[in-house]
Design a protein around this ligand. Structure first.
Ligand code: HEC
Length: 497
């Protein structure tokens, strides 16, 4: 998945999560507002009930109150048996007794609350039919009578609008018997109840406004959050796009550089091949023209033809080997791996030992075991084999005995050192300077294959990120010192290039 896709995904997830969180918070706030409204209205209802009850108690406390009868407030017919229902003042003014329920009813009927709440005193067996319960009150009163509950509230649709209705029980107390003893109640019996009905419209409006506020605020928060997300998204997106642009530019440059270097190394290779082919080609051409000339003079013998042909075959083999060697040098398919260089070196020695031409060489092997390096394994083996190849030719052309080869591998800090010593004593000061140069000046050079050393040094310095040098040295073997040269190779433990 590329970075832009990942950014998109993360942004969507963050946006969804934030939206979800804000939505949950809004829902919670709305739910809370609704609940608070209900509680508030209920408190209001209880308060109204308490006020009404207190008023009723106040009247009851006085056993009723006397008022001047008006058209509306006539002497209570249900008190007609009361001995002092109607009184007359000394100056002839009439007074009539108002019992608690009567005065409460009159007050409730004439005065509504601030929010249109109103009350109703009622009973399942009303003395006054006016106090008859409605359906809801009747159901609640029945539950009071069954002692299921002593107060109850409910929000429901009453007369087409939402109302909260609340009712609490009125029990028969001792003082009630003054007027209610004839109605068959006993102490503690449910006498009736007062219901309070509050229209919700006012509160609903309030809470609707509240909900609007909540929604608006959350929407605002959400928009701000979206803005912030968008801002950061754009910034990150731009930086990602820029980075991608840069990367693709770099990749293009790299490709170009790679192509250029490939062309350059191909050119170098062709140059080298051409250089190394000059001598062998002239050998072929000389051999061929020699045969032709002798054929013209009729001096040719089968032996001569064989010799010339052998030379041509041998030289041609060398030509094709040169191509292969150079192609291997720019082989780019391999990659760096960690390998046991000690083992690989010993393997290479094994190859050298197996060669029939090396049977008379005495090997002194001092290899520190199990040294691990991270490098191009193939290039390493190739380089060592090139050096061995050179040494093999050197020993082949030397008449000196004994032929000794010393191989040493040691580890020092972050490097490995390989030392290879020979004892033919046939490389002089002049030759040692040009040992790694791909120059062929004489037929002898070509035969000793000095190209191997050139290739080995190139592999070591360019591919393996190491170094190789050569010095004169002495080699001790069976208590005798022999002169020769020493190749010293230094390689990093880890090739970081
Ligand atoms: C002074 C006489 C008197 C006293 C004391 C009195 N009442 Fe009543 N009460 C009445 C009369 C008369 C009515 C019926 C007519 C009316 O609505 O006024 C009534 C009606 C009621 C009603 C309405 C239902 C109905 O039957 O019409 C309730 C409930 C009630 N009384 C409860 C009580 C309780 C509880 C007590 C004691 C705490 C009590 N009253 C004390 C005279 C009295």
């Amino acid at each position: 998945m590329n970075s832009l896709n990942r950014l998109n995904k993360v942004t969507i997830i963050i946006t969804l999560l934030l939206t979800f969180t804000v939505a949950v918070s809004a829902a919670y706030a709305i739910y809370n507002a609704y609940h608070q409204k209900q509680e508030l209205v209920l408190e209001q209802a209880k308060n109204a009930f308490e006020k009404n009850l207190n008023f009723r108690k106040w009247v009851a406390m006085h056993g009723g109150v006397y008022v001047f009868p008006t058209e509306k407030t006539q002497p209570n017919p249900y008190l007609k048996n009361h001995p002092f229902r109607d009184l007359e003042t000394t100056d002839g003014k009439k007074l009539t007794l108002m019992n608690p329920a009567y005065s409460l009813r009159e007050m409730l009927e004439n005065f509504k609350g601030r929010f249109d709440e109103y009350g109703h005193i009622t009973s399942l067996n009303p003395v006054n039919p006016k106090n008859h319960p409605d359906k809801w009150e009747e159901a609640v009163l029945k539950r009071f009578e069954n002692k299921e509950i002593s107060e109850y509230y409910e929000i429901y649709n009453y007369k087409g609008e939402e109302h909260l209705r609340y009712m609490k029980v009125l029990n028969t107390e001792a003082e009630c018997f003054a007027c209610h003893e004839t109605h068959g109640y006993e102490l503690g019996d449910v006498r009736g109840g007062i219901s309070i009905t509050i229209p919700m419209i006012y509160y609903n409006e309030k809470s609707f406004q509240e909900v609007q506020k909540i929604l608006f605020m959350h929407l605002f928060i959400l928009l701000v959050l979206y803005g912030i997300i968008y801002f950061f998204y754009q910034r990150l997106k731009n930086s990602i796009l820029e980075e991608q642009k840069l990367i693709s530019q770099l990749a293009l440059k790299d490709q170009m550089l790679f192509k250029q270097s490939k062309i350059a190394s191909l050119g170098e290779m062709l140059n080298n091949i051409a250089h190394h082919w000059r001598q062998p080609l002239s050998i072929i051409s000389t051999s061929a023209s020699g045969i032709k000339l002798q054929r013209e003079f009729n001096t040719i013998t089968p032996d001569m033809i064989d010799k010339a042909m052998d030379e041509i075959i041998h030289t041609t083999k060398y030509l094709s080997q040169t191509i292969e060697d150079f192609t291997n040098l720019i082989d780019e398919h391999s990659s760096k791996i960690t390998f046991n260089i000690s083992e690989y070196l010993l393997n290479d020695v094994q190859i050298l030992k197996a060669n029939t031409k090396c049977q008379n060489i005495h090997f002194i092997i001092e290899v520190e075991p199990n040294i691990e390096v991270k490098n191009y394994k193939y290039a390493f083996t190739k380089a060592i084999l090139y050096i061995f190849n050179y040494l093999q030719k050197l020993y082949e052309n030397s008449l000196l005995e004994p032929k000794v080869l010393l191989l040493q591998l040691t580890r020092k800090e972050n490097e490995v050192h390989i030392m290879i010593k020979e004892n033919t004593n046939c490389i002089d000061d002049e030759a040692i300077k040009k040992l790694f140069e791909p120059s062929i000046t004489s037929r002898y050079d070509y035969q000793t294959n000095n190209l191997s050393l050139f290739l080995a040094s190139k592999l070591i310095s360019e591919n393996l990120n190491g170094s190789i040098n050569v010095t004169h040295s002495t080699l001790s073997y069976e208590n005798k010192d022999y002169s020769g040269v020493c190749f010293k190779i230094t390689l990093p433990l880890e090739n970081k290039e």
